[in-house]
Design a protein around this ligand. Structure first.
Ligand code: F6P
Length: 589
């Protein structure tokens, strides 16, 4: 089986390395850098934002580097597929990385494919915080807990004699995943660890993890050393900085999906199909390049979908709260089995029935509804009675599109060409990726236009785990030009709402600071205003109240007048990019 992957000239694993320019932010890992392509995104027109996001995503698809560890990992999966007895492939991660572990395992159909072939299911997933909190809520705290990671891995693998563990951390940073990888390294008779992320190992996070003798970097370096003997594997191509600095839900998430689906698809093809794995991979990635974006600005966007595309709406919206501090996070999906028990609480009311009960009555023309699957004609008709701000993203082979076209004020259509016969197998994965990119762009663009971003930094981030605490401090340092200790001091002052810090606060640990920070809003913007103007926290609060758009408040302090957004005329649309303008103008302005 090893030979199968190595010798076939047809096997092509594509991944792309973006050359790292050593000249800017050299102290930051690629995943935390600000992308030069989007530096002025906060002042750009909708059309330019689309271009920037597109250019940024294109970095994922640059230059073939040939087969690396993907081949070896696919080989390991192939071996387990041939002899699945007491074996497991476990995917695990935090936030979007955990949601994608769930998505790839459950929704992309790898277990389902096995069931259809009467084979044992071999895939399992772990999401930090568990399904309930990890999938729907924004729960960043479990990311900091390596022991929780280890425990959940042990539980998932109880009784197994062979486990291929795939730990996903886009920034090579999550202690939850580091704990799991370390546990695998200590138990090599059962576990083989694979690390998926998008930084070189020397850029992995090196901050001490409380209660542990390792850091993420030390684990990654140990894995790199072991890789030569095939005791561990690294899948860490560099795909360039995110469009919004550090927002790994975007490229990091997309690259995770592509990379793992390619690896698992290859393993399945090698096991169950006599035909060699061929050019469908490059073809798939070529198709991905055709993806275009839609952006919205405004009040509220509702995603209405079905199946895996509906789930992607859920994944996208779940990240908006931690990333942008956005309000409600409910997406609506068709419930396949209404009798299935589900967690209670308003955030979990995401079925189409819930949409009809809870949202439709209050829907106005100011709300936007985005159909992410078109087989929802009946529902679309009812939405149309309430608002003309109905839009659709659909894939050419969908039925019922005529009526959807008439109902919607704009539609974004993907036309997929089956360039090779084998392509059909991967069509749904391509739809999913295209949909993910659109939804990411819609939600990111909307928040950029709402003034949540300064240059390409998320200034109103939630300080809800240690990574975000460090990112917040760094951002304050960068924007104020003051040294790190002064920046951290200002952050602590706003977290604890005090103009002079007490000894209790300064001697407290980051975990405590995060617990307190969770209860406060606009912590980072307030700290920045204090730093730039020297004013008290109360004064900074009143400044921000007068200028609720954080970017404008920051710009005022930095004495950079904001430039008005370019107008876009929805009547002159000729290209997909113009459709983005229509979406923005017709929906929200
Ligand atoms: O801490 C929040 C967050 O940055 C999420 O936005 C992200 O999905 C998650 O952490 C996981 O990050 P990583 O994949 O780098 O471990």
């Amino acid at each position: 089986s090893g030979l199968l992957f190595k010798s076939s000239p047809e096997v092509r694993f594509f991944f792309f390395f973006v050359s790292q320019s050593a000249d800017y932010e050299p102290f930051l890992p690629v995943s935390e850098k600000s992308n030069p392509l989007t530096r002025d995104m906060d002042r750009a027109s909708p059309d330019s934002i689309v271009r920037m996001l597109q250019a940024c995503d294109t970095q994922m698809f640059r230059k073939e580097t040939g087969a690396t560890h993907q081949v070896k990992v696919a080989n390991r999966v192939h071996i387990i597929l041939k002899d699945p007895q007491d074996s497991l492939v476990v995917l695990s991660g935090c936030g979007t990385s955990g949601r994608l572990a769930f998505f790839i395992t459950v929704k992309s159909g790898f277990n389902r494919a096995l069931r259809q072939l009467n084979r044992s299911e071999i895939y399992a997933y772990i999401i930090a915080g568990g399904d309930k909190y990890g999938l729907v809520f924004y729960s960043e705290a479990p990311e900091d807990d390596p022991k929780l990671g280890t425990l959940s891995l042990k539980q998932a693998c109880e009784g197994k004699r062979r486990v291929l563990f795939i730990g996903i951390s886009c920034g090579l940073s999550a202690p939850f995943v580091a704990g799991q990888l370390d546990f695998c390294l200590q138990n090599p008779e059962v576990y083989t660890p694979v690390l998926v992320g998008f930084n070189p190992t020397h850029q992995a996070r090196d901050e001490p993890i409380p209660g542990c003798s390792f850091t993420f970097r030390s684990v990654a370096e140990r894995m790199r050393a072991l890789a030569k003997r095939r005791g561990a594997f690294l899948l860490n191509p560099v795909v360039g900085p995110e469009a919004v600095s550090g927002s790994s839900r975007m490229k990091g998430g997309s690259a995770t999906k592509i990379l793992l689906e390619v690896v698992l698809s290859a393993a399945h093809a090698a096991t169950f199909s006599s035909s060699p794995i061929t050019d469908e991979y490059p073809a798939r990635l070529n198709l991905c390049r055709r993806v275009r974006f839609s952006l919205q600005r405004g009040r509220r966007v509702r995603y209405l979908g079905w199946g895996s595309l509906g789930l992607l709406g859920l994944v996208d919206a779940s990240e908006c709260k931690p990333t942008f501090g956005a309000g409600e996070r409910r997406r609506f999906r068709r419930r396949n089995n209404p009798s299935t028990s589900r967690p209670q609480g308003p955030a979990f009311r995401v079925s189409h029935e819930d949409f009809l009960d809870l949202v439709l009555p209050g829907l106005t023309d100011e709300d936007a509804v985005l159909l992410v699957y078109t087989r929802v004609v009946k529902l679309a008709r009812r939405v149309r009675e309430k608002t003309s701000n109905l839009h659709a993203v659909y894939h050419q082979t969908d039925k019922d599109t005529d009526e959807i076209d008439k109902l919607c004020s704009s539609t974004l259509t993907f036309t997929w060409t089956l360039e090779t016969p084998g392509m059909i197998c991967f069509l749904s994965q391509q739809w999913e990726l295209a949909t993910k990119l659109v939804l990411n762009a819609v939600s990111t663009g909307a928040h950029v236009l709402k003034g949540k971003i300064y240059q390409n930094y998320m200034i109103d981030l939630q300080v809800s785990n240690s990574k975000l605490y460090r990112r917040a401090t760094r951002l304050l340092q960068k924007l104020s030009g003051l040294p790190e200790p002064r920046s951290e001091e200002a952050l602590l002052k706003t977290i604890y709402q005090m103009d002079e810090l007490t000894a209790d606060v300064t001697s407290g640990d980051v975990k405590t600071h995060i617990r307190v920070a969770r209860n406060h809003k606009k912590v980072v913007p307030l700290a920045l205003v204090c730093l730039l103007t020297g004013c008290s926290i109360k004064e900074a609060e009143s400044r921000l109240e007068q200028k609720p758009i954080v970017r404008e408040a920051v710009e005022e302090c930095l004495s950079k007048p904001a430039s008005p957004l370019e107008a876009c005329n929805p009547l002159k649309a000729t290209t997909l990019r113009d459709i983005v303008g229509i979406l923005i103008a017709s929906t929200f302005l």
